[in-house]
Design a binder for this molecule. Structure first.
Ligand code: MRU
Length: 362
């Protein structure tokens, strides 16, 4: 039996060179290329072009971005803090929907502020930024393992599962978020099949989720996005497993474009939409009207993967990267702290207070 583990390292800190290293998601499955940089501008370009992508990995990239900003600063306590703040604003705006990006940035800025307030030297502040960013990555990885443990009991022998986008290791580190229960249930010997949706226009499902699950030996078929309705009915799909870029306190889920339609389909056909995400994806402050849905370049729709132009010249396209799924379509939200169900304003509040008391305990 294969273990629920994977050897992909999507992002890391290079201690010797003091730089960030990442696996370029845009070249998978053709090529496994790693890039590294000390430059915040280059890091932001990698985020915007989806070389680095997926909500939890964006949190790690944000944290390492602040570590870079600190290490690149002159040896002055105030400049480190000033640089971290100004570069933090730049990094956070690289992609607007995934709340984890600004969460990762703010975590390390707060650590720097506390170090500054308690009189740490400039050298100590730089080490603290790197240490805390690495700790955030370790916590992210262990959250994925716990999501797997909490979610695996929702998967039974003979199930037919469907995925959207990629919320695997490449996007979340560890064993992924929506892939974590799938991997954990498979490792325990349960047998099922997975339908992986293409996720046009950038094919994160076909390229990335299929690549990851295939490496694990989990049987899957890739399907076009427009085959989802037909196959949900004909193959009797039991559950769609999705990740999330942002979850509001009432259980509203922002995730890859197409998740909302899958939620409606599952509701109509009596199946489940499960959303797996770490508690760092929960945004208790924003209201729906305040969340910006990223609109990406229309060329991504007009030209398949930047090559074949499939839309007539002069015809425009729309390219929202994410959509909003209302809480009544979400069967459960699986985090590292447990399984939240409706009414979400109560279950999510409970989860967040648990997360708060865990963070406060030594
Ligand atoms: O545009 P992407 O590839 O960054 O979108 C990623 C997703 O929508 C994921 O499902 C989401 O971030 C949840 S977990 C990685």
């Amino acid at each position: 039996m294969r273990a629920a583990s994977t050897k992909i390292i999507p992002i890391r800190w290079d201690d010797r060179k003091k730089e960030v290293v990442w696996l370029d998601n845009s070249q998978i499955p053709w090529k496994e290329s790693y890039y590294s940089t000390k430059s915040i501008a280059r890091l932001c370009r990698a985020i915007k072009s989806l070389q680095i992508r997926g909500a939890p990995i964006l949190g790690e990239a944000g944290a390492y971005g602040i570590a870079l900003a600190a290490c690149n600063s002159p040896d002055s306590r105030d400049s480190i803090l000033r640089n971290a703040r100004s570069q933090g604003a730049v990094i956070s705006s690289a992609r607007p929907t995934a709340v984890n990006l600004s969460w990762g940035v703010n975590k390390i800025i707060s650590a720097l502020q506390s170090a500054h307030d308690s009189g740490a030297s400039a050298t100590e502040m730089k080490s603290i930024a790197v240490f805390e960013a690495k700790r955030l990555q370790r916590d992210n990885i262990s959250a994925t393992i716990k999501i797997g443990e909490n979610g695996k009991r929702l998967i039974n022998d003979g199930d037919v599962l469907m995925t959207v986008c990629n919320a695997g290791t490449l996007a979340c580190d560890g064993i992924g978020t929506s892939t974590a229960p799938i991997r954990a249930a498979w490792a325990e010997g349960r047998r099922f099949k997975v339908l992986v949706t293409y996720t046009a226009p950038l094919y994160q499902g076909a390229r990335l989720t299929a690549w990851e699950l295939h490496k694990d030996g989990i049987p899957l078929s890739v399907i076009t996005d427009n085959a989802a309705g037909h196959l949900i009915r004909e193959e009797k799909v039991t559950a769609v497993w999705a990740g999330a870029d942002r979850i509001l306190s009432d259980g509203t889920v922002y995730n890859k474009i197409g998740t909302y339609a899958l939620g409606i389909l599952m509701d109509y056909h009596g199946g489940k939409l499960y959303v797996a995400a770490p508690t760092s994806t929960i945004d208790p402050r924003s209201r729906s009207s305040e969340v910006r849905i990223e609109q990406r370049d229309q060329e991504e729709v007009r030209r398949i993967l930047g090559k074949v132009e499939v839309v007539p010249k002069g015809v425009s396209a729309m390219n929202p990267a994410f959509d909003r799924t209302p809480p009544e379509l979400v069967s459960a939200i699986i985090t590292e702290l447990g399984v939240a169900r409706t009414p979400y304003n109560k279950s999510i509040k409970r989860m967040l207070s648990m997360a708060g008391s865990m963070a406060a305990s030594p």
